[in-house]
Design a binder for this molecule. Structure first.
Ligand code: PLP
Length: 416
């Protein structure tokens, strides 16, 4: 059974009617299914079976402590991109030996925090970062395990904002330069180069970008090994897409089967760092209809969730299915918009949507990844609450923000 499904006249998350959660916790609220998280993680993990591997969850997709705790308990590692994410994963109980740290702009403080926790790998993205890390290690008597993040110059065929592996993107080191940098690594006395990392983009719906990029990066692993390097980890990155609408996306098994011979040939431990695949389908955003309004030919459903709560439609023109929490088949052509003062504040545009009345609750589907984690306080709107469901139980896993939190840390100086 789907983790979100209609039963008894309403939409449920596992065994819990969403209307029950909306009535008790209010809206807008994100609702996450534990079963869906577990299913997606397990599917990924088993796709790699037969290979020495570790699935690192990309925390940026959804960093809620309950989500992290659930994944840590399943044995997942974590892919982080900031000191804040490191703080989260340590709070959630991840084993630091399963944590990999990417990002083009790690600050000295962030590098120090990673060294302090003795994380598994720093995915280094430039010669300057390597130099910096080495200097810090020397100063504080530490050693760092390093993977070079290479830029395989492959177009992932995804939205321009989330393609990260083309030559013109800011991420990683070109393959030939990575080879040259590796040759100089002996000059850096406190770093051990033991891995190669790539991540070519997000919401990838085809296998070719993976097969092409893995071929290039695995070629680099082989070249380094023939030159005497002890490369123990090969990280293929994240990015596997999910069907938001009617996209045909490869399964984890199809992905791994397509690259398995190349992975095997490296003789390394294989890492992957999926975020969206694990969390995307595991969450919905519930929102209540505040008003219906017409403007000429246009019909608007004005909801209490806006672009500050779920940015993806405004930022990427992303599609999310919209369902009625109370089963009701009638539909209307309308825009689902939020209260934010931007014309770009929409959740669905020119679509057949549930013909909802004021007070009805809608569920914006597949909002578990890059939903709350991209939410903001724009228009001084408190960020939504978050709930997790497991079987017939549910709990608030983040309180909805309140007005006092909007001005937290702000000070009015004495000269005013
Ligand atoms: C370095 C890195 N790894 C992993 C991911 C996760 O990507 P996704 O959520 O598409 O799997 C990202 C996101 O862009 C990333 O930047």
């Amino acid at each position: 059974m789907d983790d979100f499904h209609y039963e008894g006249g309403g939409l449920r998350c596992e065994g819990v009617p969403l209307s029950e959660i909306a009535a008790a916790a209010g809206t807008p609220t994100y609702v996450y299914s534990h079963a869906a998280l577990e299913r997606a993680y397990t599917e990924l993990d088993s796709a790699f079976s037969g290979l020495d591997h570790l699935v690192c969850y990309a925390v940026k997709a959804n960093g809620n402590l309950a989500v992290l705790r659930a994944l840590a308990a399943l044995g997942a590692g974590a892919d982080i991109v900031s000191g804040g994410e490191l703080y989260r994963v340590m709070r959630a109980g991840f084993d630091p030996k399963k944590v990999v740290f990417a990002g083009v702009g790690k600050t000295e403080q962030e590098l120090m925090s990673g060294l302090g926790e003795r994380i598994l790998l720093f995915n280094v993205e430039s010669a300057s970062e390597l130099e910096h890390l080495d200097r810090l290690c020397a100063r504080f008597g530490k050693r760092a395990r390093v993977a070079l993040r290479v830029n395989p110059d492959v177009d992932a065929g995804t939205h321009d904002h989330v393609a990260t592996g083309r030559g013109r993107d800011k991420f990683g080191i070109p393959v030939d330069e990575a080879l040259a940098l590796a040759e100089r690594v002996e000059d850096y006395r406190c770093v051990d180069l033991i891995g190669i990392h790539q991540h070519i983009g997000s919401q990838i719906t085809k296998l070719t970008p993976y097969t092409e990029s893995v071929e290039r990066s695995a070629g680099l692993v082989a070249e380094l090994e023939t030159r005497g390097f002890d490369i123990r980890y090969f990280n293929i990155g994240g990015g596997l897409g999910i069907p938001y609408k009617d996209e045909e996306t490869p399964t984890p098994k199809e992905l791994v089967d397509a690259i398995r011979p190349m992975l095997e040939a490296t003789g390394t431990k294989i890492l992957c760092e999926m975020g969206r695949y694990i969390a995307g389908g595991a969450g919905v955003l519930m929102t209540s209809v505040i008003y219906r309004k017409k403007s000429g030919e246009k019909s608007f459903i004005v909801a209490d969730a806006g672009m500050n709560d779920l940015l993806r439609p405004s930022l990427y023109d992303a599609h999310h299915e919209v369902l009625s929490v109370d089963e009701d088949g009638s539909v209307a052509n309308a825009d689902l918009v939020g209260p934010v003062c931007e014309s770009g504040d929409y959740l669905a545009r020119d679509r057949e949507l549930p013909d909802a009345s004021e007070g009805d609750v809608l569920a914006i589907m597949d909002a578990g990844a890059y939903g709350f984690s991209m939410a903001s306080n724009y228009n001084s709107r408190p960020r939504p609450g978050e709930v997790m469901v497991k079987g017939d139980s549910w709990a608030v896993v983040r309180e909805r923000e309140h007005s006092a939190e909007l001005v937290k840390g702000e000070l009015v100086p004495a000269f005013l």
